[in-house]
Design a protein around this ligand. Structure first.
Ligand SMILES: Cc1cc2nc3c(=O)[nH]c(=O)nc-3n(C[C@H](O)[C@H](O)[C@H](O)COP(=O)(O)O)c2cc1C
Length: 186
């Protein structure tokens, strides 16, 4: 059995190593997370996002988005989110819960400056993302600094599952419990 699996601290360390390393070009493109919000009708809404940063010290993760996307309006009404990360090479599932704060353009001067020209194209689709259009190409990309939004998620729970032929393991960590952790039946 891998050493890190034998203690609650070891499992949490492994999960944070993966989250903090999410942007590195390991075997392919940057890893994708699935972000869940609550839609206006109370139903869950899911979409792929790229994690842009993760800090174990504050237990905060961030992703970037277009401020005009429906998810931003949803988060302003209902900031609770779920984030799912699957690390296929490790057979590790990391499920995060937390509360998102939306930070927009004028408060993100460094992030905008750091974005390559091509990446800026993602922040400023006209008409707004999700608007019905007459043809598949009937939209324009007009990069605009105020359309950049950072979703800063303050985590309150981390649920980790690791698959192993001998025995799967699962552990739950909460901010309220100072991230001490608790083994769970998988
Ligand atoms: C591979 C991939 C990566 C994506 N990364 C992001 C991302 O980092 N941020 C983002 O807002 N949307 C990203 N998207 C687009 C979203 O999945 C989604 O279509 C878009 O943000 C609109 O979401 P909404 O209508 O739920 O607000 C990505 C899509 C794909 C297919």
């Amino acid at each position: 059995m891998a050493d890190w699996r034998s203690t609650l601290d070891g499992v949490l360390n492994k999960a944070w190593c993966e989250l903090e390393d999410f942007q590195s070009p390991r075997s392919g493109p940057p890893g994708l997370a699935t972000l869940a919000t609550t839609g206006p009708d109370g139903a869950p809404e899911l979409r792929s996002v790229v994690l842009r940063s993760a800090s174990r010290a504050s237990a905060v993760v961030e992703t970037l988005t277009d401020a005009a996307t429906p998810k931003v309006a949803q988060l302003r009404l209902a900031p609770q989110i779920g984030l799912l990360v699957w690390c296929p090479e490790l057979l590790l599932q990391i499920r995060l819960r937390g509360e998102a704060t939306v930070i927009t353009g004028k408060d993100l001067p460094d992030e905008w400056a750091a974005l390559p020209k091509e990446a800026r194209q993602n922040y400023g689709v006209t008409p707004d993302p999700g608007t019905p259009i007459a043809a598949s190409d009937a939209y324009q990309r007009v990069p605009e600094r105020n359309r950049l939004a950072c979703l800063r998620v303050t985590l309150r729970q981390i649920d980790v599952v690791h698959l192993d032929p001998k025995h799967d393991i699962r552990a739950l960590y909460t901010r309220a419990d100072a991230w001490r952790g608790q083994w769970l039946a998988p």
